[in-house]
Design a protein around this ligand. Structure first.
Ligand SMILES: Cc1cc2nc3c(=O)[nH]c(=O)nc-3n(C[C@H](O)[C@H](O)[C@H](O)COP(=O)(O)O)c2cc1C
Length: 185
């Protein structure tokens, strides 16, 4: 089943680009990039080029298949998710295709994974995230990780991408799983 990826104007555009590249060999990817994401990508010197199999929709394409719950998806991911988009989804304001696709995921009950990027969070951000979590969304911030011994930023990105694939129930080898001490003592 296809996936939907929304890339919005928060820092970390590269994460969205890499998720699309990771999902393309698995199944069809529908993608929407907000206009503010394009400005942030320019600041972060990230090229917004995608494999040709990707269905790239403009934000105003409310007629896209992913705008309707009758088009089934394996999951939808907003990565990175700006606090603006987070707030609009939390309030049910489907003002563009990304917000509408998120709204559809919540009403239909397939995974909606939101990758928020802001620091620090204010109370409004936290309350919007809590509301979305209660509504069935998964709040999956790109938090730094150390115990898998990353050597570079790509290793840390791989960990976050792997956590997203876990929630989408897609097998992967993006990071080594923690096995702990198997001696039982
Ligand atoms: C360089 C740059 C970095 C930004 N980083 C963030 C961020 O990390 N998180 C955030 O919530 N907004 C960030 N913003 C602000 C958003 O781009 C802004 O709120 C915008 O309205 C979001 O639009 P969108 O959600 O429709 O993409 C950033 C803006 C710029 C120009």
């Amino acid at each position: 089943m296809p996936f939907f990826v929304g890339i919005t104007g928060a820092s970390g555009i590269k994460l969205g680009v890499r998720l699309v590249e990771t999902l393309v060999p698995i199944d069809k990817v529908h993608l929407c990039v907000s206009s503010n994401a394009r400005s942030v990508a320019a600041q972060e010197t990230v090229e917004l080029t995608f494999p040709q199999e990707v269905a790239l929709w403009p934000p105003e394409a409310i007629h896209a298949p992913v705008g309707s719950g009758s088009y089934r998806l394996k999951g939808s991911v907003i990565i990175p998710c700006s606090m603006g988009t987070m707030g609009r989804i939390a309030m049910g304001i489907s003002s563009n295709l990304i917000e509408r696709a998120a709204d559809v995921a919540l009403k239909e009950g397939w995974p909606l994974i939101l990758v928020p990027r802001e620091t620090p969070f204010n109370t409004i951000h936290l309350e919007n995230m809590a509301a979305l979590s209660r509504a069935g969304g998964v709040i999956l911030p790109p938090i730094l990780t150390y115990y898998h011994r990353p050597h570079c930023i790509k290793d840390m990105e791989d960990f976050i991408l792997g956590k997203i694939l876990d929630r989408l129930r897609v097998e992967h080898t993006l990071f080594r799983r923690w096995k702990g001490d198997t001696s039982g003592q």
